[in-house]
Design a protein around this ligand. Structure first.
Ligand SMILES: [Zn+2]
Length: 315
């Protein structure tokens, strides 16, 4: 292997890109009613705790054990993001992360069949006895052993799951690291593509303004994903900060000519003069129309994002 090739391999192994889509699509589950409806925070919190422990030198090999340090760090992070009905149960993500392709359980020798047969988390006592440990995909573990990789990993999880808690999570995050989540203002194409898929799935590939839905078998679609508050401003890739829009409505949205309102209806800028052109007449019809809802109530546009957009509307 040439020196150049080696160099390239090292660099590639430190990139978060191959993992972004999986991290953005963790199977987290949703609970609660009405405005309290939200995604369970357990899985992303467990992953943040693992990154912190690697950063602190408390996990040195690709073997995540059920240790006091892991539970403690989980608890500290969990306290920052929990909602009223979230229970501090680190055993749940430790177990259920197995549904993610990068998290693997390793049974204690002789206990392989016991672990294999589990359909719900083992008893805490069994975990303490070392019934199972977990390991990550080798490449992901290697990424997390570099400070830059860990920070990218944290950035992705926080932007996707806990954008509003960013500052709090940074302050709790390991002091061993610089705990500086990179404030990238330029859009990463891979991050954008993970966000895009998330939003298109949330709205079933339909424009939330006009309902247009064209999706060809090879995943070509006329619908885009738009940030409500731009990523460079809010570092927020949560689905409540995104809308699926067709090309025309995306353009008008980007020009701040249309906005959702707190009542869940569209408002069109007074700059749009329907008598001037058929295009403007078409756009003006949107005024007062309802936004199409996301497939899950927990992903309705956040009041904060709606307020930001309303204030930005060109008048
Ligand atoms: Zn549209």
């Amino acid at each position: 292997m040439s020196e150049t090739k080696k160099f390239v391999d090292v660099k590639e192994s430190e990139k978060i890109d191959p993992w972004l889509d999986q991290l953005y699509h963790l199977n987290v589950g949703v609970i609660g009613q009405g405005t309290e409806r939200h995604e369970r925070p357990h899985k992303p919190v467990m992953l943040l705790a693992v990154a912190d422990l690697i950063g602190a030198g408390l996990i040195r090999e690709n073997r995540i054990a059920w240790t006091l340090e892991l539970r403690k760090r989980f608890g500290e992070l969990f306290d920052q993001v929990r909602r009223e009905d979230d229970k501090e149960t680190p055993e749940n993500p430790f177990f259920y992360l197995r549904s993610e392709p990068f998290w693997h359980h390793v049974a204690k020798p002789g206990k392989e069949q016991v672990v294999e047969a589990l359909s719900s988390p083992p008893l805490i006592g069994e975990l303490k006895d070392g019934l199972m440990t977990a390991s990550l995909d080798e490449d992901l573990f290697r990424l997390l052993t570099s400070e830059e990789g860990r920070n990218e990993f944290r950035e992705a999880l926080v932007a996707r799951y806990f954008p509003a808690k960013r500052e709090l999570l940074v302050s709790v995050s390991s002091t061993e690291d610089q705990a500086s989540m990179p404030k990238e203002d330029k859009a990463s194409p891979v991050r954008s593509s993970a966000f895009r898929r998330l939003i298109l799935e949330t709205y079933d590939y339909q424009c939330v303004a006009c309902g247009l839905r064209i999706r060809l078998p090879n995943d070509f679609t006329v619908v885009d994903a738009a940030h409500m508050i731009p990523f460079s401003v809010g570092h927020n890739d949560h689905p409540t900060n995104g809308l699926a829009l067709c090309k025309n409505h995306h353009w008008a949205f980007d020009q701040y000519l249309i906005t959702p309102t707190a009542k869940g209806i569209w408002k069109v800028s007074s700059q749009i003069e329907p008598r001037r052109s058929p295009g403007e007449a078409e756009l003006a019809k949107l005024n007062g129309e309802r936004l199409l809802p996301p497939r899950e109530e927990a992903y309705l546009p956040s009041p904060e994002a709606v307020r930001w957009r309303e204030e930005m509307l060109v008048n």
